[in-house]
Design a protein around this ligand. Structure first.
Ligand code: ZN
Length: 110
């Protein structure tokens, strides 16, 4: 239940700042390489939010694609999985984006 732990940590992080104020919307960024099922995360978020100031809050999830750069040929390319291999045959590949997991914004009712 990896996603439940993430949902709970997101909830805790938000309520630590917003307290009892009713949260209406949460926007997260979950990169394609973060290894998180967004469907499962939505489900867990709803579950964890029940009975808190985030109950019923809308959840928007941006899913930026993975991007990487090869240190051998300097080529930049899209990564669809965590297999770090460039078309040139090198595995000296650096992940530039796609493994982020963060809260972008939160809306609270006034
Ligand atoms: Zn390369």
């Amino acid at each position: 239940m990896h996603e439940l732990a993430i949902a709970e940590s997101v909830l805790e992080t938000i309520t630590a700042r917003t307290g009892d104020r009713q949260v209406t919307e949460v926007r997260l960024e979950v990169g394609k390489l973060a290894g998180v099922s967004t469907d499962s995360l939505r489900f867990c978020f709803e579950l964890a939010a029940a009975g808190t100031a985030l109950e019923g809050a809308g959840l928007n999830i941006d899913e930026p694609p993975g991007r990487a750069r090869c240190a051998s040929c300097t080529e930049e390319f899209l990564l669809h999985d965590r297999i770090l291999l460039c078309a040139c045959g090198s595995s000296a590949v650096e992940v530039l984006a796609g493994d982020e997991l963060r809260i972008i914004s939160v809306e609270v009712s006034r």
